[in-house]
Design a protein around this ligand. Sequence first.
Ligand code: AMP
Length: 345
Amino acid sequence: MTAPEPASTAAGKPAAKPVVLTCAQPTGKLHLGNYLGAVINWGRMQDDYECHFGIVDWHAITMPYKPADLRANTYNCLAQYMACGLDPAKSHLFVQSHVIGHTELSWILGCICPMGWLERMTQFKDKSKKLESVGSGLFTYPVLMAADILLYNASVVPVGEDQKQHLELARDLAEKFNRTYSDTFVLPQPFIGKSGARIMSLQDPTSKMSKSDPNPAGVVYITDTPDIIRKKFRSAVTDSGSEVRAGDDKPGITNLLSILSGVTGRPVAALEADFDGANYGKFKDAVADAVIATLDPVRLRYESLVNDKAALEAVMKAGAEGAQRNANRTMSKVYRKTGFVERPR
Ligand code: AMP
């Protein structure tokens, strides 16, 4: 599904931009899969949509974590997103716990969410299997995600395949709330970017590039230096044969072609023609060069941002203020419709 066109009025005056929400947990370094599969598309939406980019720290505590890491990662995450092109002058870049409303709306939605809807969530089943003691926050986390989306009345939510079930829950909860308390929420639609390529591990091209890859050489981070990036591509697993072409029988070369296509914007077929007759070594070096050309400016921007805590805090403050204005509009409606007495000011 593609996102709805940004609206314009008959007089040619731009109407309010459609609202987009996208959230990421502050869990460490972004890798090339996050960049090509998600963040690059978010950056492209900023001119046409009113984007809300939330660093969802409430979500990050649903699994065991270290407080010092959470704090450091919240700063790092903001610096990485800004380095990737998310622009606080165009979009609301905020930390979830800085905006009042996420947990409040989550409680209200939780009270109309049947247990059975949550018991069906496959991500809960997968994550809870790995834990000795499962917190109830992990179980109700999809309700908090629904609250994140509905708090801003987002009509468009860029999601990966793994989050589609949670977005459906958000739609179901919005519908149920609207039925119970009268029309309040827009039903959010998934937006799966056109070039949201699935990037695979360089060491095992049959599994997704992921920070939990047991082999660190399989993952390229946006903060890797050119030398490290070149080394990782040189040691990338390739396939039998010597032809540079995509195909089910060539998962390694197919992955490298989709990475090259992602960073250059050229279609895979054109790249196959470019490398007709080239050997794997030459091809891998060319992919490394193209990835370095894309990621090195990102790394340099990140390095200049990450140590300036005061500047990052100023971005967080402005982002939270903008998001809070939008959240307040929704919450005053929600509280009125659900029968709460307005909070004394
Ligand atoms: P995660 O790091 O799993 O929380 O993912 C954050 C975003 O990056 C989500 O939109 C994912 O769908 C996307 N993403 C994560 N890993 C990859 C990958 N290997 N290829 C493409 N997209 C990815």
